[in-house]
Design a protein around this ligand. Structure first.
Ligand code: THU
Length: 132
């Protein structure tokens, strides 16, 4: 990915975090996914009074991307939380990302100084479980 694309994806994740519904944890998260064809879709965490029903920002973004345009391969995801820099995806979200992204999928995190750090999904979830 180009440096500009990475910055733009991170900025979209930052903006999505402003929509987070997190009255219980007060921990806002935003995510932006880029599909292989270049579509970009965002998501934020949405909590629930029954805590376990909470949906993370990354999963919200992935599911919204599928709902809006079908199950495309994912090229990249950017994740941002004002409460934690960086904010790496939780284990459940890593598995959901692996459903649509390969080991080379870019995972963009915001560092403490606001600059992006680019990892791969393969580094975050080695030997992921996938159906053949
Ligand atoms: N959260 C995310 O949205 N993404 C993650 O990868 C980790 C956690 C949310 C869930 C919950 O609303 C809040 O952050 C605190 O765990």
């Amino acid at each position: 990915m180009e440096a500009l694309d990475i910055e733009q994806l991170l900025e979209l994740a930052r903006q999505a975090a402003r929509h987070a519904y997190a009255p219980y944890s007060k921990f806002a998260v935003g995510a932006a996914v880029r599909t292989a064809s270049g579509r970009t879709v965002t998501g934020c965490n949405v909590e629930n009074a029954s805590y376990g029903l909470t949906v993370c920002a990354e999963r919200a973004a992935v599911f919204a991307a599928v709902a809006a345009g079908g199950a495309e391969r994912l090229a990249a995801v950017a994740i941002c939380s004002p409460q934690a820099r960086p904010c790496p995806p939780c284990g459940a979200c890593r598995q959901v990302l692996a459903e649509f992204g390969g080991d080379d999928m870019a995972v963009v995190l915001e560092q403490a100084d606001g600059r992006p750090r680019v990892l791969t999904l393969g580094a975050l979830l080695p030997e992921a479980f996938r159906h053949a």
